[in-house]
Unconditional design. Structure first.
Length: 67
């Protein structure tokens, strides 16, 4: 009976882990460069347009405050 090549299996596992780590790093970098809304929804929603208009009205009524 043939012996199992454990070194080959270990190397394949290491390569898979490295590939997954690189993919995760790439996704993390993309997310950093292209931030999405915090609620996880994608695209523009009508609610977002209404809240922007309200924020603009509030900004004109109140003086600017330093952060």
């Amino acid at each position: 009976m043939a012996k199992t090549n454990f070194q080959y299996e270990k190397r394949q596992k290491e390569l898979e882990k490295k590939k997954k780590a690189e993919e995760k790093a790439r996704r993390k970098l993309e997310a950093k460069n292209n931030p999405k809304p915090a609620d996880g929804s994608e695209g523009d929603e009508p609610e977002a347009d209404d809240s922007d208009a309200d924020a603009a009205d509030d900004a004109t009524d109140a003086p600017a405050q330093p952060e």
